[in-house]
Design a protein around this ligand. Structure first.
Ligand code: PHE
Length: 349
Protein backbone atom coordinates (compact mmCIF):
# COMPACT_ATOMS: atom_id res chain seq x y z
CA UNK A 1 0.00 0.00 0.00
CA UNK A 2 1.18 3.48 -0.87
CA UNK A 3 2.49 5.33 2.19
CA UNK A 4 1.46 8.71 0.78
CA UNK A 5 -2.10 7.50 0.30
CA UNK A 6 -2.24 6.20 3.88
CA UNK A 7 -0.97 9.52 5.22
CA UNK A 8 -3.49 11.53 3.14
CA UNK A 9 -6.26 9.29 4.40
CA UNK A 10 -5.17 9.76 8.03
CA UNK A 11 -4.90 13.56 7.61
CA UNK A 12 -8.40 13.73 6.17
CA UNK A 13 -9.82 11.66 9.03
CA UNK A 14 -7.97 13.75 11.59
CA UNK A 15 -9.63 16.92 10.31
CA UNK A 16 -13.05 15.51 11.12
CA UNK A 17 -12.05 14.39 14.64
CA UNK A 18 -13.87 16.48 17.23
CA UNK A 19 -12.90 14.99 20.54
CA UNK A 20 -10.13 13.17 22.40
CA UNK A 21 -11.83 9.85 21.86
CA UNK A 22 -11.97 9.98 18.07
CA UNK A 23 -8.30 11.01 18.05
CA UNK A 24 -7.51 8.00 20.20
CA UNK A 25 -9.26 5.68 17.74
CA UNK A 26 -7.42 7.28 14.84
CA UNK A 27 -4.09 6.79 16.58
CA UNK A 28 -4.88 3.10 17.12
CA UNK A 29 -6.09 2.68 13.56
CA UNK A 30 -2.87 4.03 12.02
CA UNK A 31 -0.13 3.76 14.61
CA UNK A 32 -1.32 0.97 16.93
CA UNK A 33 0.24 -2.50 17.04
CA UNK A 34 -1.94 -3.57 14.15
CA UNK A 35 -2.24 -0.10 12.71
CA UNK A 36 -2.04 0.67 8.99
CA UNK A 37 1.32 2.43 9.20
CA UNK A 38 2.73 -0.19 11.53
CA UNK A 39 1.60 -2.84 9.05
CA UNK A 40 3.56 -1.09 6.31
CA UNK A 41 6.71 -1.38 8.40
CA UNK A 42 6.08 -5.10 8.69
CA UNK A 43 6.43 -5.41 4.90
CA UNK A 44 10.05 -4.19 5.11
CA UNK A 45 11.40 -7.68 5.51
CA UNK A 46 10.31 -8.59 2.00
CA UNK A 47 12.34 -5.76 0.40
CA UNK A 48 15.92 -5.44 -0.78
CA UNK A 49 18.40 -3.50 1.30
CA UNK A 50 18.14 -0.38 -0.83
CA UNK A 51 14.38 -0.51 -0.97
CA UNK A 52 14.32 -1.06 2.76
CA UNK A 53 16.27 2.12 3.36
CA UNK A 54 14.11 4.27 1.14
CA UNK A 55 10.77 2.82 2.14
CA UNK A 56 11.68 2.63 5.82
CA UNK A 57 12.64 6.26 5.95
CA UNK A 58 9.51 7.41 4.07
CA UNK A 59 7.31 5.41 6.48
CA UNK A 60 9.13 6.93 9.44
CA UNK A 61 8.69 10.45 8.03
CA UNK A 62 4.99 9.75 7.51
CA UNK A 63 4.70 8.43 11.06
CA UNK A 64 6.45 11.56 12.45
CA UNK A 65 4.19 13.73 10.34
CA UNK A 66 1.03 12.06 11.61
CA UNK A 67 2.17 12.21 15.23
CA UNK A 68 2.79 15.94 14.81
CA UNK A 69 -0.60 16.52 13.29
CA UNK A 70 -2.23 14.54 16.10
CA UNK A 71 -0.54 16.58 18.79
CA UNK A 72 -1.54 19.86 17.10
CA UNK A 73 -5.11 18.66 16.79
CA UNK A 74 -5.22 17.43 20.42
CA UNK A 75 -4.01 20.78 21.65
CA UNK A 76 -6.65 22.51 19.56
CA UNK A 77 -9.40 20.29 20.99
CA UNK A 78 -8.14 20.90 24.54
CA UNK A 79 -8.21 24.68 24.00
CA UNK A 80 -11.66 24.58 22.45
CA UNK A 81 -12.93 22.61 25.42
CA UNK A 82 -11.55 25.18 27.90
CA UNK A 83 -12.95 28.09 25.91
CA UNK A 84 -16.34 26.47 25.73
CA UNK A 85 -16.31 25.90 29.51
CA UNK A 86 -15.21 29.47 30.16
CA UNK A 87 -17.91 30.88 27.98
CA UNK A 88 -20.51 28.89 29.94
CA UNK A 89 -19.10 30.05 33.27
CA UNK A 90 -18.81 33.72 32.41
CA UNK A 91 -21.01 36.08 34.45
CA UNK A 92 -23.32 38.40 32.60
CA UNK A 93 -22.99 41.45 34.81
CA UNK A 94 -26.09 43.14 33.45
CA UNK A 95 -28.30 40.30 34.74
CA UNK A 96 -29.76 40.31 38.30
CA UNK A 97 -27.39 38.43 40.63
CA UNK A 98 -28.07 34.73 41.22
CA UNK A 99 -28.73 33.53 44.76
CA UNK A 100 -25.26 34.08 46.18
CA UNK A 101 -24.71 33.50 49.86
CA UNK A 102 -24.56 37.02 51.32
CA UNK A 103 -22.48 38.16 54.27
CA UNK A 104 -24.15 38.68 57.63
CA UNK A 105 -23.96 41.44 60.23
CA UNK A 106 -22.10 40.37 63.36
CA UNK A 107 -24.26 40.41 66.54
CA UNK A 108 -21.83 42.88 68.16
CA UNK A 109 -22.13 45.23 65.18
CA UNK A 110 -25.89 44.93 65.41
CA UNK A 111 -25.74 45.83 69.11
CA UNK A 112 -23.53 48.85 68.36
CA UNK A 113 -26.10 50.17 65.90
CA UNK A 114 -29.00 49.56 68.28
CA UNK A 115 -27.25 51.13 71.27
CA UNK A 116 -26.39 54.25 69.24
CA UNK A 117 -30.01 54.39 67.98
CA UNK A 118 -31.61 54.01 71.40
CA UNK A 119 -29.41 56.52 73.21
CA UNK A 120 -29.50 58.76 70.13
CA UNK A 121 -33.28 58.93 70.50
CA UNK A 122 -32.74 60.07 74.10
CA UNK A 123 -30.48 62.89 72.90
CA UNK A 124 -27.01 61.40 73.45
CA UNK A 125 -24.31 62.23 70.89
CA UNK A 126 -21.56 59.73 70.03
CA UNK A 127 -18.02 60.48 71.24
CA UNK A 128 -14.87 58.52 70.48
CA UNK A 129 -11.44 58.00 71.94
CA UNK A 130 -8.37 55.93 71.04
CA UNK A 131 -7.83 52.31 72.13
CA UNK A 132 -4.31 53.23 73.29
CA UNK A 133 -4.56 55.60 76.24
CA UNK A 134 -2.35 57.41 78.67
CA UNK A 135 -2.17 56.13 82.20
CA UNK A 136 -3.53 59.53 83.25
CA UNK A 137 -6.74 59.34 81.16
CA UNK A 138 -7.38 55.68 81.91
CA UNK A 139 -6.72 55.87 85.65
CA UNK A 140 -5.43 59.01 87.36
CA UNK A 141 -7.96 61.54 86.04
CA UNK A 142 -10.70 59.08 86.94
CA UNK A 143 -9.61 59.27 90.57
CA UNK A 144 -7.63 56.04 90.45
CA UNK A 145 -4.21 57.20 91.72
CA UNK A 146 -0.98 55.24 91.35
CA UNK A 147 -1.23 53.06 94.44
CA UNK A 148 -5.01 52.86 94.55
CA UNK A 149 -6.32 49.30 95.04
CA UNK A 150 -8.87 49.95 92.30
CA UNK A 151 -6.09 49.53 89.72
CA UNK A 152 -6.02 45.89 90.65
CA UNK A 153 -9.69 45.61 89.69
CA UNK A 154 -8.56 45.81 86.12
CA UNK A 155 -5.74 43.69 84.76
CA UNK A 156 -4.12 46.07 82.36
CA UNK A 157 -2.17 45.55 79.15
CA UNK A 158 0.77 47.96 79.38
CA UNK A 159 2.69 48.94 76.23
CA UNK A 160 6.45 49.47 76.04
CA UNK A 161 6.15 53.03 74.72
CA UNK A 162 5.99 55.76 77.35
CA UNK A 163 3.84 58.89 77.37
CA UNK A 164 4.94 62.48 78.17
CA UNK A 165 4.86 61.75 81.87
CA UNK A 166 7.19 58.80 81.39
CA UNK A 167 4.40 56.30 82.12
CA UNK A 168 3.76 53.38 79.75
CA UNK A 169 0.74 53.73 77.47
CA UNK A 170 -2.09 51.29 78.19
CA UNK A 171 -4.76 49.55 76.12
CA UNK A 172 -7.79 51.22 77.67
CA UNK A 173 -9.36 48.95 80.29
CA UNK A 174 -12.74 50.67 79.99
CA UNK A 175 -14.41 53.38 77.91
CA UNK A 176 -14.33 55.80 80.88
CA UNK A 177 -11.25 57.71 79.57
CA UNK A 178 -13.56 59.06 76.86
CA UNK A 179 -15.39 60.87 79.72
CA UNK A 180 -12.10 62.63 80.51
CA UNK A 181 -11.36 63.51 76.88
CA UNK A 182 -14.89 64.86 76.38
CA UNK A 183 -14.85 66.97 79.56
CA UNK A 184 -11.40 68.33 78.76
CA UNK A 185 -12.67 69.58 75.43
CA UNK A 186 -16.22 70.68 76.28
CA UNK A 187 -18.02 72.58 79.01
CA UNK A 188 -21.47 71.40 80.19
CA UNK A 189 -24.09 70.63 79.19
CA UNK A 190 -22.56 67.35 78.04
CA UNK A 191 -24.59 64.35 76.92
CA UNK A 192 -22.58 61.65 75.17
CA UNK A 193 -22.17 57.93 74.76
CA UNK A 194 -18.86 56.37 73.79
CA UNK A 195 -19.11 52.85 72.36
CA UNK A 196 -15.86 51.07 71.64
CA UNK A 197 -13.26 48.40 72.22
CA UNK A 198 -11.71 47.78 75.63
CA UNK A 199 -8.98 45.41 76.86
CA UNK A 200 -8.11 43.42 79.96
CA UNK A 201 -5.83 40.43 80.61
CA UNK A 202 -8.61 37.93 81.01
CA UNK A 203 -9.89 35.04 78.93
CA UNK A 204 -12.57 32.42 79.55
CA UNK A 205 -16.09 31.71 78.31
CA UNK A 206 -17.38 35.01 79.72
CA UNK A 207 -14.23 37.16 79.43
CA UNK A 208 -12.31 38.10 76.34
CA UNK A 209 -9.04 40.09 76.36
CA UNK A 210 -10.70 42.43 73.84
CA UNK A 211 -14.29 43.28 74.56
CA UNK A 212 -16.75 46.15 74.08
CA UNK A 213 -18.35 48.73 76.31
CA UNK A 214 -20.50 51.77 75.89
CA UNK A 215 -19.82 54.64 78.22
CA UNK A 216 -22.49 57.21 79.01
CA UNK A 217 -21.88 60.67 80.44
CA UNK A 218 -24.33 63.44 81.21
CA UNK A 219 -23.25 66.66 82.90
CA UNK A 220 -25.51 69.63 83.63
CA UNK A 221 -26.55 71.60 86.71
CA UNK A 222 -29.30 69.32 87.98
CA UNK A 223 -28.81 65.66 86.97
CA UNK A 224 -29.59 63.15 89.70
CA UNK A 225 -29.74 59.44 90.42
CA UNK A 226 -33.39 59.33 89.32
CA UNK A 227 -32.47 60.56 85.85
CA UNK A 228 -29.72 57.98 85.66
CA UNK A 229 -32.08 55.19 86.67
CA UNK A 230 -34.79 56.27 84.26
CA UNK A 231 -32.32 56.45 81.35
CA UNK A 232 -30.88 53.00 82.00
CA UNK A 233 -34.22 51.27 82.59
CA UNK A 234 -35.53 52.82 79.38
CA UNK A 235 -32.48 51.66 77.51
CA UNK A 236 -32.80 48.07 78.76
CA UNK A 237 -36.51 47.82 77.97
CA UNK A 238 -35.83 49.06 74.48
CA UNK A 239 -32.73 46.96 73.87
CA UNK A 240 -34.15 43.69 75.21
CA UNK A 241 -37.60 44.50 73.80
CA UNK A 242 -39.24 43.66 77.13
CA UNK A 243 -41.75 46.17 78.44
CA UNK A 244 -42.13 45.00 82.02
CA UNK A 245 -38.45 44.23 82.53
CA UNK A 246 -37.66 43.68 86.23
CA UNK A 247 -34.48 45.50 87.25
CA UNK A 248 -32.67 46.45 90.44
CA UNK A 249 -29.88 48.84 91.42
CA UNK A 250 -27.31 47.66 93.97
CA UNK A 251 -24.87 49.93 95.80
CA UNK A 252 -21.35 49.44 94.46
CA UNK A 253 -18.00 51.16 94.29
CA UNK A 254 -16.15 52.93 91.49
CA UNK A 255 -13.52 55.59 92.23
CA UNK A 256 -14.96 57.85 89.51
CA UNK A 257 -18.58 57.85 90.71
CA UNK A 258 -20.12 58.65 94.06
CA UNK A 259 -22.53 57.18 94.90
CA UNK A 260 -21.99 54.16 92.65
CA UNK A 261 -24.35 51.36 91.69
CA UNK A 262 -24.61 48.25 89.59
CA UNK A 263 -27.74 47.39 87.68
CA UNK A 264 -29.09 43.86 87.47
CA UNK A 265 -31.88 42.46 85.37
CA UNK A 266 -34.08 39.61 86.58
CA UNK A 267 -34.16 36.25 84.86
CA UNK A 268 -35.36 32.71 85.31
CA UNK A 269 -34.39 29.43 83.74
CA UNK A 270 -37.24 27.79 81.81
CA UNK A 271 -36.62 24.48 79.99
CA UNK A 272 -32.87 24.94 80.35
CA UNK A 273 -33.08 28.35 78.71
CA UNK A 274 -32.59 31.78 80.21
CA UNK A 275 -35.77 33.85 80.22
CA UNK A 276 -34.97 37.52 80.70
CA UNK A 277 -37.06 40.10 82.49
CA UNK A 278 -38.74 38.09 85.21
CA UNK A 279 -37.92 35.60 87.94
CA UNK A 280 -35.90 35.66 91.12
CA UNK A 281 -32.39 35.39 89.72
CA UNK A 282 -30.30 38.46 88.86
CA UNK A 283 -27.71 39.23 86.20
CA UNK A 284 -25.37 42.18 86.49
CA UNK A 285 -25.19 44.17 83.28
CA UNK A 286 -23.65 47.55 84.02
CA UNK A 287 -21.91 49.91 86.44
CA UNK A 288 -22.99 53.49 87.01
CA UNK A 289 -23.19 56.37 89.43
CA UNK A 290 -23.03 60.14 89.92
CA UNK A 291 -19.76 61.54 88.56
CA UNK A 292 -17.34 62.04 91.44
CA UNK A 293 -16.76 65.83 91.89
CA UNK A 294 -13.02 65.08 91.98
CA UNK A 295 -13.25 63.86 88.36
CA UNK A 296 -15.03 67.09 87.34
CA UNK A 297 -12.29 69.10 89.04
CA UNK A 298 -9.59 67.05 87.25
CA UNK A 299 -11.18 68.16 83.97
CA UNK A 300 -11.56 71.82 84.90
CA UNK A 301 -15.31 71.59 85.23
CA UNK A 302 -16.62 73.56 88.21
CA UNK A 303 -17.98 70.91 90.56
CA UNK A 304 -19.76 73.53 92.68
CA UNK A 305 -21.86 74.41 89.62
CA UNK A 306 -22.19 71.15 87.72
CA UNK A 307 -23.04 67.55 88.43
CA UNK A 308 -23.82 64.51 86.35
CA UNK A 309 -24.06 60.80 85.95
CA UNK A 310 -22.04 58.17 84.13
CA UNK A 311 -22.50 54.54 83.22
CA UNK A 312 -20.59 51.75 81.52
CA UNK A 313 -22.36 48.82 79.87
CA UNK A 314 -20.70 45.60 78.73
CA UNK A 315 -21.85 45.24 75.13
CA UNK A 316 -20.71 41.64 74.67
CA UNK A 317 -22.57 40.70 77.83
CA UNK A 318 -25.89 42.23 76.81
CA UNK A 319 -25.55 40.78 73.30
CA UNK A 320 -25.00 37.28 74.71
CA UNK A 321 -28.01 37.69 76.99
CA UNK A 322 -30.26 38.99 74.24
CA UNK A 323 -29.49 36.17 71.83
CA UNK A 324 -28.88 33.36 74.34
CA UNK A 325 -25.20 32.93 73.42
CA UNK A 326 -23.01 31.29 76.03
CA UNK A 327 -19.38 31.67 74.94
CA UNK A 328 -17.97 35.16 74.38
CA UNK A 329 -15.06 33.66 72.41
CA UNK A 330 -17.41 32.68 69.59
CA UNK A 331 -17.76 36.41 68.78
CA UNK A 332 -14.10 36.73 67.92
CA UNK A 333 -12.83 33.48 66.40
CA UNK A 334 -13.86 34.38 62.87
CA UNK A 335 -15.91 31.24 62.21
CA UNK A 336 -17.93 31.89 59.07
CA UNK A 337 -20.49 29.15 59.79
CA UNK A 338 -21.12 30.61 63.22
CA UNK A 339 -21.70 34.03 61.71
CA UNK A 340 -23.98 32.57 59.08
CA UNK A 341 -26.12 31.06 61.86
CA UNK A 342 -25.96 33.90 64.37
CA UNK A 343 -25.53 36.96 62.17
CA UNK A 344 -28.22 39.21 60.78
CA UNK A 345 -29.36 39.85 57.22
CA UNK A 346 -28.56 43.14 55.61
CA UNK A 347 -32.25 44.06 55.40
CA UNK A 348 -31.86 45.36 51.86
CA UNK A 349 -32.11 42.11 49.91
N1 PHE B 1 -15.77 51.84 83.88
C1 PHE B 1 -16.52 50.92 84.70
C2 PHE B 1 -16.07 49.50 84.34
O1 PHE B 1 -15.45 49.30 83.33
C3 PHE B 1 -18.00 51.03 84.45
C4 PHE B 1 -18.55 52.36 84.88
C5 PHE B 1 -18.61 53.43 84.00
C6 PHE B 1 -19.01 52.50 86.16
C7 PHE B 1 -19.12 54.64 84.40
C8 PHE B 1 -19.51 53.72 86.57
C9 PHE B 1 -19.57 54.75 85.69
O2 PHE B 1 -16.32 48.56 85.05
Amino acid sequence: MDIKKVLDEATKELISCEDEQSIHFLRVKYLGKKGLITDLLKTLKDLTDNEKKEFGSSVNIAKENLLNQISVKSEQIRKNKINEKLSQESIEITFPSPNLSLGKIHPISKTFTEVIDIFGNMGFAVAEGPDIETDFNNFTALNIPEDHPAREMQDTFYLEEKDQEGKPFVLRTHTSPVQIRTMNENQPPIKIIAPGRTYRCDSDSTHSPMFHQVEGLLINDSANMGHLKGTLVNFCKDFFQINDLKTRFRPSYFPFTEPSAEMDIAYSVVDNQIKLGEGDKWLEILGCGMVNPKVLDNCKIDSSKYQGYAFGIGLDRITMLKYGLTDIRSFFNGNFNWLDENGFGLGRF
